[in-house]
Design a protein around this ligand. Structure first.
Ligand code: FES
Ligand code: FE
Length: 426
């Protein structure tokens, strides 16, 4: 462990209204290793949505905190997460990114496993002593902990971790606002976005719930909205940022863009208005006026500590990201939608998703540029006394969407976990 109690990474003084983060938290490889042990090996991490493995036998391969995993639904309908490594001599048992299979056969020596992870057959079985096939040592190994919160599936590599529900805590209210967008089921729209950013992963945590960079970083998108959607030049967002405990945080706000669930804007025409009104009425019936209005008319940028971002904005997106180096992260993004939504609404949802987010969108390339620019800036700041980021905006004041309380929430939990682990290691 490279950090110690002498290595102060966060400086906080409430009286002075000061909160700073040491820039070496973004550049130091020993800190990255410490994060892996203290955070990625201890926290509940999102692996996927149950709709991605909707049918018996469906599987997807996932990389979660450096582990190569199989997420599947077995022949009894149970969801599983297995380490994707053959108990024989280690080859990946599943080499396809996704599919449907009742069995997995290791291509190296041909061991065959059921979708439940049990060794079903192996060449030369009679050359092993005892009843080898029925011993656990020939089976695929499940991840230590797996749990499903209303369709969102998580894994934890720490056997002793608290339950997922305890871990999610106050964030469950906001996950419910996502899941309850459909009376039937929510579904991941087929396909995913994979890209990489030459920046530390925590820069994307900050950016994903930064409520006020849009006016400058995304000026082109806002101009585009004003010009094409007849929404005028009023682009201000209104709302609040909130700590939810455990490092989870949310921004909740109104915005000028349309939401296919169900915030109508004039360019969507009369057909769209009827459909949006009907969705809203249905949600009022199901959840009452207040919750339905929140679902439809409020946007949310939600961070589930440490690295699940749910942007419930002009489309509904999930994203996770992991460091490959202090200055490099891999990102995966998905779009979620009510399974039963009309073709019309799905079209607008996808337009919104692709237009704003992802490598070909208006927002993601701007954000990538900003994050890579921060990372480049840190090269200037290690030895000359300018090695701190300032994250003090809004301290001691009433909550507003355009402050930095949600980032402080992340950093406090990050620091608590990394320093606690360092303390134990000494
Ligand atoms: Fe899989 Fe040998 S490594 S069968
Ligand atoms: Fe952005």
């Amino acid at each position: 462990m490279g950090t110690s109690n002498q290595d102060v990474l966060i400086a906080e003084d409430e009286k002075l209204g000061l909160f700073q983060v040491a820039r070496k938290a973004f550049t130091d490889s020993t800190i990255m290793d410490a994060e892996h042990d203290a955070i990625f090996n201890k926290c509940w991490l999102y692996i996927g949505h149950e709709s991605e493995v909707a049918k018996k036998g469906d599987f997807v391969r996932r990389l979660v905190a450096k582990r190569n995993l199989i997420f599947n639904r077995d022949t009894s309908g149970t969801l599983n997460a297995f380490f994707n490594t053959c108990p024989h001599r280690g080859a990946e048992v599943c080499r396809e990114p996704k599919g449907n299979a009742k069995h997995f056969q290791c291509f190296y020596h041909g061991w065959i496993f059921s979708a439940e992870g049990k060794l079903k057959s192996l060449p030369g079985a009679d050359r092993y002593s005892g009843d080898f096939k029925n011993q656990d040592r020939g089976n695929l190994v499940p991840v230590p902990r797996f749990a499903n919160y209303r369709g969102l599936c998580f894994v934890n590599f720490d056997v002793g971790a608290c339950t997922l529900e305890e871990y999610l805590g106050n964030a469950k209210e906001y996950l419910d606002l996502v899941v309850d967008q459909s009376a039937e089921a929510m579904t991941i729209i087929s396909g995913q976005q994979d890209y990489a950013i030459r920046a530390n992963w925590k820069l994307l945590v900050e950016n994903s719930n930064d409520g006020y960079h849009a006016a400058t970083t995304h000026a082109t998108y806002l101009d585009y909205l004003a010009n094409t959607r007849a929404i005028g030049n009023e682009v201000a967002l209104k709302g609040i940022g909130k700590e939810l405990g455990g490092g989870h945080a949310v921004l909740e706000y109104t915005a000028p863009w349309g939401r296919p669930i169900a915030n109508w804007i004039p360019p969507w025409g009369e057909e769209g208005r009827k459909e949006m009104d009907a969705i809203h009425a249905k949600l009022v019936e199901l959840h009452g006026q207040e919750k339905a209005d929140r679902i439809c008319f409020k946007n949310r940028n939600l961070l589930i500590f440490p690295n699940l971002v749910i942007n419930d904005i002009m489309a509904l997106t999930f994203r996770t990201f992991y460091p490959a180096a202090p200055n490099y992260m891999s990102v995966t993004g998905w779009a979620l939608a009510p399974a039963a939504e009309s073709e019309w609404a799905r079209k607008y949802r996808l337009d919104n998703f692709l237009e704003f987010l992802g490598p070909g969108g208006f927002a993601t390339p701007d954000d990538v540029e900003a994050l890579e620019s921060c990372q480049a800036g840190y090269a200037n700041s290690l030895e000359n006394g300018t090695g701190w980021n300032d994250i003090s905006k809004g301290m001691g004041m009433d909550a507003s969407y355009d402050d930095e309380v949600q980032m402080r929430s992340f950093w406090k939990e990050w620091n608590r976990r990394v320093t606690q682990a360092a303390g134990q290691a000494e």
